[in-house]
Design a binder for this molecule. Structure first.
Ligand code: BEZ
Length: 215
């Protein structure tokens, strides 16, 4: 651990760091891509590796789900654009699944470092499996980090996205294990007047500070 390099980590609530980079869809400036849409920006350790292939295939197969939820995808790994193109082509030829979202070719590691995707204790040359959920205003709303040897869970990524969108659109919170369609938590009263109103309400109430409603 001595002399190990550390990089700044973006945090929940921060503006997503902007960058311009070569991707499989050409040069993209992140702040232009993100405008008016949610973006799930995720990294994978390397092209032509098995777990990464399953994950990228999982994202590609959920194309319609993400489109229906006003969400664009963007991948990244520390590989050249030639490696990306060769891998996308190989997966398409073998399986018929096309990675249509852009994949950043972060060969100089600049974007990986900017997003805390390079975590030297895990690997000094490959990005960890990060997932950044970025809202249409460019604010980071949720971050997941997985190590190199564990694939992510697509159902949880989709659930987290819908929960974030539901919470921000309705100014509510989502409890443990929340699923779309479940009741949501309404903010606790902040004044005595609101407390009186809460007690008189017909919300499903465990206590005055823990109340739920259907949307
Ligand atoms: C994989 O995607 O299979 C993988 C990549 C880097 C390290 C370990 C596994």
């Amino acid at each position: 651990m001595e002399n190990q390099q550390t990089y700044a980590m973006p945090r929940i609530g921060d503006k997503a760091p902007d960058f311009e980079s070569l991707t499989t869809l050409g040069k993209i400036k992140f702040s232009d891509y993100n405008k008016g849409k949610w973006v799930i920006f995720f990294s994978h350790p390397a092209d032509f590796t098995p777990v990464c292939t399953t994950e990228m295939t999982g994202f590609a197969k959920e194309k319609q789900f993400f489109a229906d939820h006003n969400t664009l995808l963007m991948g990244l790994s520390i590989d050249s654009i030639h490696a990306h193109i060769a891998w996308v082509n190989a997966v398409y030829e073998k399986t018929g699944v096309l990675f249509e979202f852009p994949i950043v070719a972060d060969i100089d590691m600049s974007v990986s470092k900017l997003y805390g995707m390079l975590q030297p204790g895990e690997s000094e040359t490959a990005a960890v499996r990060a997932v950044f959920f970025i809202d249409p205003e460019g604010i980071i709303r949720l971050i997941m980090y997985y190590p190199l040897n564990i694939g992510r869970n697509m159902e949880e990524i989709k659930r987290a996205l819908v929960a974030l969108q539901t919470a921000s659109e309705n100014k509510v919170a989502c409890p443990l294990d929340w699923q779309p369609g479940d009741k949501v938590i309404v903010p606790a009263p902040k004044t005595l007047e609101e407390l009186v109103a809460r007690k008189a309400s017909n919300l499903e109430m465990v206590d005055w500070y823990l109340a739920k409603k259907s949307l």
